[in-house]
Design a protein around this ligand. Structure first.
Ligand code: GLU
Length: 461
């Protein structure tokens, strides 16, 4: 059993494309079949090498590996010409020499009289030997097919155009190439966005004219932005790779995408294995799906918490590099990540929080420092620095005991010690459990930061 993803390389791989790819990939895995990548690059003006690379990179990052391809339609022009010739020879297609002007005025006239714009078959009987090639669409009967998502669909042939299958420069068009490729590549199930549903009856007629067996079709409902309009750039329908840049884990994005228009009871979190086992085209909703970035963030946080630390390190490396964080000197990366796992919504956030463990702090957040570093806290900070200096066992337990002792001795609450300590260690007060943070920051750096806090107090006098 085979499915395919057939993007046109005219932009990056966006959320909608990635979801189509994921559903086709899941379908093939579920059927222990093959997944084909086909680059539909016949539109030479709009297709770019950069976009091909962006699509392949995006799929690679998501782990949507293909078993066959990438195939390029521009490599298959001979095959398309051969099929066009077959259709011409069997009178299932004909040449058309109508000018753009004629077609334009035909169109305008039909629209004016309230009819659907359609070619009038002017050249069908002329027996021309050159020009654009049109498929001879029967005017009788109807096309009926059972879409695996939308159900039974019936279109009267009367409504279908004699569509152009090769332009006058002999380049083939989408509706022809897609049929030839899906047939030659032995695709069993065509899974694609429902923006193509109007093309399907035309394609079915081409299959029939060639005597080819039909694949099954599944048209996925579109994705809407939060405001109900079709998802676009302004809703964050940006490239899949920009989600990597924003600190999302590929599996969290896949999990989010699988739930965009598909459900399995109330279940929200799916491992890849579960997705494969449970995925079923019948679980796809017919209504459009709404994009919700907060839910994606929530899922990402869940994934960060539950992903194995060594695997997280692999994904984190890119972010450490892009934020110029050098982890070669300082606490063990694994320990820092274990500490931050439960507190980070994204890997960008996690990498940012890692800075305090590996880099010196250059300054304190001014607003917090004004509140917490002052003559009142001065003796507490001095005492804390002295006591910590004496510690021989630099562990979170003994650090915690030291803080508690100071609270007891001076008769003050934990916050009076903990808050200035947290600010001194982190620079901005954003840090988790203070004992663990101090243990990870290390003795020397912790004490240096407390004396930096004392300098701050002295300077602000
Ligand atoms: N190349 C088409 C697109 O990117 C998809 C065609 C198909 O899946 O049949 O919209």
């Amino acid at each position: 059993m085979k499915s395919r993803f057939a993007p046109s390389p005219t932009g990056y791989l966006h959320i909608g494309g990635a979801r189509t790819a994921l559903f086709a990939w899941l379908w093939s895995k579920k059927h222990s079949g093959k997944f084909v990548l086909r680059i539909e690059d016949t539109d030479r003006e709009r297709s770019t090498q950069e976009s091909i690379e962006a699509i392949i990179d995006g799929m690679g990052w998501l782990g949507l590996e293909y078993d066959e391809g990438p195939f390029y339609q521009t490599d298959r022009f001979d095959r398309y010409s051969q099929i066009i010739k077959v259709l011409l020879d069997t009178k299932k297609a004909y040449y058309c020499e109508c000018s753009q002007e004629r077609l334009q005025s035909l169109r305008e006239d039909l629209i004016k009289s309230g009819e659907k714009p359609k070619y009038d078959g002017c050249c069908a009987k002329k027996g021309l030997k050159s020009g654009a090639v049109r498929f001879h669409n029967s005017k009788e009967g109807s096309v009926v097919f059972s879409d695996l998502v939308k159900g039974e669909i019936t279109i009267n042939n009367e409504e279908l155009d004699d569509l152009i299958i090769a332009r006058s420069d002999s380049t083939p068009t989408y509706n022809l190439t897609v049929v030839v490729d899906d047939h030659d590549m032995e695709i069993d199930c065509v899974i694609r966005g429902d923006d193509h549903i109007n093309n399907t009856p035309k394609q079915i007629n081409i299959y029939r004219a060639l005597g080819w067996e039909l694949p099954q079709f599944a048209h996925l409902p579109m994705i809407l932005g939060g405001d109900g309009s079709r998802l676009s750039k302004r809703h964050g329908a940006v490239s899949v790779m920009s989600y990597r840049d924003d600190g999302f884990l590929p599996n969290a994005l896949l999990n989010y995408l699988v739930r965009l228009g598909w459900s399995h009871g109330d279940k929200e979190v799916f491992s890849i294995e579960e997705m494969i086992n449970l995925f079923d085209l019948s679980g796809i909703n017919r209504a459009p799906a709404g994009f919700d970035r907060d839910k994606l963030l929530w899922l990402n946080q869940e994934y960060i918490k539950s992903t194995d630390t060594n695997e997280l390190i692999e994904h984190l490396e890119w972010h450490l590099l892009s934020q110029s964080i050098d982890t070669s000197k300082g606490p063990l990366l694994v320990n820092v990540i274990e500490h931050l796992k439960g507190r980070s919504k994204t890997l960008v956030e996690m990498a940012k929080s890692m800075k305090m463990f590996y880099h010196d702090i250059e300054s304190f957040d001014h607003g917090s420092a004004k509140k917490l570093f002052n003559e009142n806290s001065r003796p507490v900070i001095v005492e804390l620095a002295n006591k910590l200096q004496e510690l021989t066992d630099w562990s979170s337990d003994s650090i915690q005991k030291t803080v508690k002792d100071i609270c007891n001795e001076q008769g003050i609450g934990f916050g009076r010690v903990g808050q200035p300590f947290r600010l001194a260690l982190s620079g901005d007060g954003n840090a988790g459990n203070i004992d663990i943070v101090a243990e990870l920051v290390g003795k020397e750096r912790s004490i240096a930061r407390l004396s930096m806090a004392l300098d701050y107090i002295d300077m602000s006098k």
